[in-house]
Design a protein around this ligand. Structure first.
Ligand code: ADP
Ligand code: DP6
Length: 303
């Protein structure tokens, strides 16, 4: 019997980028994501054999800073008096590369704690807890999820069968975490207010587009929203960017396919990798076309 708990990555079509409040964690703007069932974390908890809490990802011992971050988070919902534990997690998603390992990892951790400490929480309660670990993780509990400014999470539906692939630019751990990067943008970006206003409008338009199953509109909003989010990094002090020349080349490839009539759209998160949104029925032909132009690694996220 496999005792691992599974958590899934999700990619935002309308991004969460900035906390209006840190305790509880509330986003500046409502946001929407799609779950990626092939990119996941699996986590199990065992009693620690040492007198410390321990945390391993892919059998690699995590830093003291990471252990402290996790210990502080789980203290919010686990018994005050507890034995030291060893958290073992495996990511099929690259860790800290802008592919949402924080979401899959936090969801898996929350579920693993629920099991190990016999907390018997409902899904709704686990969703609430999860976002205190990592904001975007609360959306991973649903295929399509909206996280609202008041903190609530709604499951959305759409008649389209989506697919997503990643054009991998770099799987290495990023130099600046999403958390620190978004905080810098909140504090210093000269376009942050404009970003929040735009994202609020995008949210409303995206909900309508999803309801109408209007894929062209969904794609257009997804691309524009990602570009607006990334613009806040270059207007921050000190200025920075997650995108590299290779990211722009990947975006160009998506644009080239669009010009040829393929229905596919890009989005990027806190990392250089470019995700491509398409309809599942088009997956084979889009994969074939893209692989002619992108000889580096491609990850299919939702087979
Ligand atoms: P990403 O773009 O992959 O979401 P972030 O910088 O937002 O990167 O988050 C990376 C952080 O997420 C890691 O430093 C770690 O704290 C957390 N994380 C990643 N994988 C796991 C996991 N399997 N279990 C618990 N936490 C994880
Ligand atoms: C760019 O959820 O990782 O992926 O709440 O500080 O843990 P914390 O941040 P996190 O940020 C995700 C940022 C994003 C956009 C998104 O997923 O909406």
């Amino acid at each position: 019997m496999d005792s691992y708990s599974l958590g899934y990555a999700n990619i935002a079509l309308v991004k969460y980028w900035g906390k209006k409040s840190k305790d509880p964690v509330l986003p500046f703007n409502p946001n929407i994501s799609l779950r990626l069932d092939n990119l996941l974390s699996k986590t199990k908890i065992e009693p620690s054999l040492t007198d410390e809490d321990e945390f391993y990802i892919n059998d690699e011992k995590q830093s003291q800073e990471e252990v402290e971050k996790i210990t502080k988070f789980i203290a919010k919902f686990t018994p005050i008096e507890r034995e030291k534990i060893c958290i073992r997690s495996y990511n099929t998603v690259p860790t800290a590369a802008g592919l949402s390992s924080s979401s899959s990892g936090t969801m898996a951790l929350v579920l693993a704690c629920n099991k190990y400490f016999k907390l018997n929480k409902t899904t709704e309660e686990l969703v609430e807890i999860s976002k205190e670990g990592s904001g975007s993780s609360c959306r991973s509990f649903y295929r399509l999820a909206a996280w609202l400014e008041d903190g609530s999470v709604e499951e959305l539906s759409c008649d389209l069968d989506f697919g997503m692939m990643v054009l991998v630019v770099n799987e290495d751990r990023k130099k600046i975490s999403s958390r620190i990067a978004m905080e810098r943008c909140v504090q210093t970006s000269t376009t942050f207010d404009a970003w929040v206003e735009k994202a609020k409008e995008d949210f409303v338009d995206m909900k309508i587009a999803l309801k109408n199953a209007d894929f062209e509109k969904i794609g257009a909003i997804t691309e524009a929203n990602a570009l607006a989010m990334h613009a806040t990094t270059t207007t921050s002090t000190p200025s920075f960017t997650f995108l590299t020349d290779e990211s722009y080349r990947a975006m160009e490839i998506v644009k080239t396919l669009q010009e040829k009539g393929y229905r596919c759209y890009f989005t990027m998160d806190a990392g250089p990798n470019v995700k491509v949104l398409y309809l599942k029925e088009d997956q084979e032909k889009i994969y074939e076309e893209i692989s002619k132009l992108w000889q580096k690694k491609i990850i299919l996220c939702m087979e």
